[in-house]
Ligand binder design. Structure first.
Ligand SMILES: [Zn+2]
Ligand SMILES: [Zn+2]
Length: 273
């Protein structure tokens, strides 16, 4: 019964978004049309810094990358003229333990989350109208402390990607091909450990953000001021929490978990190899 109720929620979400976003094509990498509600562009999304000093530089770089206007005016490969609607600011984290989410912003965390299979994990919470209300991005030191993953390029790739998911971006590719975007599954490990490809967003990521955030709302789920209390539900703390969405490509999968009361959490994981 629980499973069928979850399935019904998934199907109704999909139906809602296919009605709301009929123009999406296979070439797009919007994550289900999910986006933050806001009343004006550009908008600023706060990234709560709960990471240790060894991760701070990667967070700073990713925040700067995703706020970049250097591609504005350029046309991406799908004909989208970029006008980056997004700015991010790194602020003092409020997540405390277990990377607890905070309404209106994204909490960014690292920790030794165990041998659960995932390197990085991003979760977004949706309200009943399908807008993102809060997000978390987590990096698993259990793997990143191993020499196989403990290199700047793999770390930057995963930080950029998990934060990118919290804006509503999906992967551009799940094949492992090198598209030179952090939203691909290229591995900066092994013989590619010194390869700096795929450690930053590319032109199409900014084109996609421009597209996803082209309409405004009459209200905002993005909060500009420091919140005083944490948001409702916990992110799934381990891989496999919730109902899988679609087939699992080699390096990742998405899950949906319905907490009831209009609160749905969707989680993206990137597996260790
Ligand atoms: Zn909207
Ligand atoms: Zn991912």
């Amino acid at each position: 019964m629980r499973t069928s109720r979850r399935l019904a929620i998934v199907i109704s979400l999909l139906a809602t978004f296919s009605l709301t976003f009929p123009a999406l094509t296979a070439a797009d990498h919007s994550w289900g049309g999910y986006h933050w509600a806001r009343t004006a562009n550009p908008f600023t999304l706060q990234l709560g810094d709960n990471v240790g000093t060894t991760w701070d530089g990667y967070l700073t770089t990713a925040s700067s990358d995703w706020s970049s206007t250097s591609y504005d005016g350029k046309t991406d490969s799908f004909g989208k003229v970029v006008l980056n609607p997004l700015r991010t600011s790194v602020v003092t984290g409020a997540a405390k333990r277990n990377c607890r989410p905070t309404t209106g912003r994204v909490e960014v965390c690292n920790g030794s989350y165990g041998n659960n299979g995932w390197l990085g994990l991003a979760s977004i919470w949706l309200n009943s109208s399908g807008h993102i209300t809060q997000g978390t991005a987590k990096f698993n030191d259990t793997y990143f402390n191993l020499s196989a993953y403990n290199n700047p390029n793999e770390k930057q790739h995963v930080v950029c990607q998990e934060i990118g998911h919290t804006f509503g971006l999906d992967h551009q590719s799940t094949s492992g091909a090198d598209l030179n975007t952090c939203m691909d599954y290229f591995s900066n490990t092994g013989s590619n450990a010194t390869n700096t490809d795929s450690t930053h967003p590319n032109l199409h990521d900014y084109g996609e953000l421009t597209y996803i955030y082209s309409h405004l709302e009459t209200y905002a789920t993005v909060k500009a001021t420091a919140p005083t209390k944490a948001g409702p539900a916990q992110a799934p703390g381990f891989a496999g929490d919730g109902t899988p969405i679609g087939a699992s490509p080699a390096r990742g999968i998405a899950y949906v978990t319905d907490f009831g009361g209009g609160n749905v959490v969707i989680t993206f994981v990137i597996w260790a190899e």
